[in-house]
Design a protein around this ligand. Structure first.
Ligand SMILES: Cc1ncc(COP(=O)(O)O)c(C=O)c1O
Length: 374
């Protein structure tokens, strides 16, 4: 008999970025230079002092890492959260280092009872996929421009919900959330017994006021926040992040995670201590993204519909425009990939030089307008 894979896996639509990659290859084969603003993968160099911390930590003997992480890293994370957000965390009971944040985001639904996971639309697809593989049903909470890209939390049967995902600064819109919004969501979470999970992967990439964190809440009962070094320290390949918050939930994760094999390598954790302990390189990272953002916002003839954080530009535009840019070698993600047609997302990950090239190809000075092709 043939093996049947999970119906959830069977039912997953092809990740839209796979289709984009195919189109990208087709166009590159014609000799067109590709300027890729599609996937949000940082392509900045990891700072040298972090690379040095990694190599210095490679020892002759390599034992299994502990699932709870190194005490030094938990302490470095707690110190960073204290400086950045003014929130006091106990490193032993309120923080766990993770293998990047994706795996921890994916598996959270598996740790919780109840049938529903509430996810914003548009959003990072892992919230939904983690819910589906855990056997949950999904409640979609639309994010709209008129609501400032914040979900409406009324009209949901919260008593059947295991988990609500929020993500600010938001992928794909770049929007941020005020602390009062986290307060209202956390209050709801406590009242109805679900987890408020705040994905803060882009908290350090901002161009206005520093974004706030769910960790700043006076009462963090039922609240977890996820963060990562992938974006702030240009370390996507290291796979290093953390989850922090309610000690009871952290205790549950400490019981769950040794079963999964996601303990981060110790040499990576030592590099992570160096990364969380330095802010200068993060200022540099922010300035590089700022330069790209300003260049493209000025050059492109499209309205900025998004917020002022993350390394995404969320512009008014349609799939047809994205397809036309693609033919010119400029790859962007159409909003329809995220369930939000009418917008395009540019991940500001190519170099400043490539951004300038793109601006000259598709910007007003390049003579290419946002309107329909002639
Ligand atoms: C919104 C959001 N959250 C989390 C992640 C996961 O990042 P990592 O697993 O590298 O920490 C990403 C990565 O693109 C993201 O866009």
């Amino acid at each position: 008999m043939t093996v049947r894979v999970s119906p959830v896996l069977e039912g997953l639509a092809t990740y839209p970025f796979v289709r984009l990659e195919e189109a990208r290859r087709r166009i590159a084969a014609r000799g067109v230079e590709i300027l890729d603003f599609g996937m949000g993968e940082p392509r900045e160099e990891t700072p040298a002092f972090i690379r040095r911390a990694l190599t210095a930590a490679v020892t002759p003997l390599s034992t299994y890492p502990a699932a709870v992480g190194l005490p030094e890293l938990r302490a470095a994370v707690a110190a960073w959260v204290s400086t950045r957000f003014g929130a006091a965390l106990d490193p032993d009971t309120e923080v766990i280092p993770t293998l990047g944040s994706k795996e921890a985001i994916y598996s959270l639904a598996s740790v919780l009872e109840r049938e529903y996971v509430a996810v914003p639309v548009p959003s990072y697809p892992v919230y939904e996929r983690g819910g589906l593989f855990a056997g949950k049903k999904i409640i979609e909470l639309p994010l709209t421009e008129s609501n400032g890209w914040l979900p409406d939390l009324t009209g949901v049967d919260w008593d059947r919900v295991a988990l609500l995902w929020l993500n600010y600064p938001n992928n794909p819109t770049g929007a941020t959330a005020p602390l009062e919004f986290y307060e209202a969501a956390a209050e709801l979470a406590r009242h109805h017994g679900f987890v408020l999970a705040s994905d803060e992967a882009y908290s350090e990439i901002y161009f206005g006021a520093p974004p706030q964190s769910a960790l700043q809440l006076a009462d963090r009962t039922n609240v977890l926040a996820f963060n990562t070094l992938s974006k702030r320290s240009s370390m996507p390949g290291y796979r290093s992040g953390f989850v922090a918050g309610d000690p009871q939930l952290i205790a549950a994760l400490k019981r769950f995670r040794p079963n999964v094999g996601v303990a981060p390598q110790e040499f990576i954790q030592r590099a992570a201590v160096a990364a969380w302990s330095d802010e200068r390189h993060v200022d540099d990272v922010r300035e590089r993204y700022r330069a790209k953002r300003e260049l493209l916002l000025e050059a492109l003839p499209l309205r900025n519909a998004g917020g002022d954080a993350s390394f995404f530009l969320w512009l008014e535009g349609d799939d047809e425009l994205a397809a036309r840019w693609l033919e010119q070698g400029v790859v962007v993600a159409p909003g329809s990939f995220f369930g939000a047609p009418g917008y395009v997302r540019l991940a500001l990950v190519p170099t400043l030089e490539s951004c300038a090239k793109a601006a000259s190809l598709i910007g007003v000075q390049g003579g290419v307008q946002a309107g329909p092709a002639a």
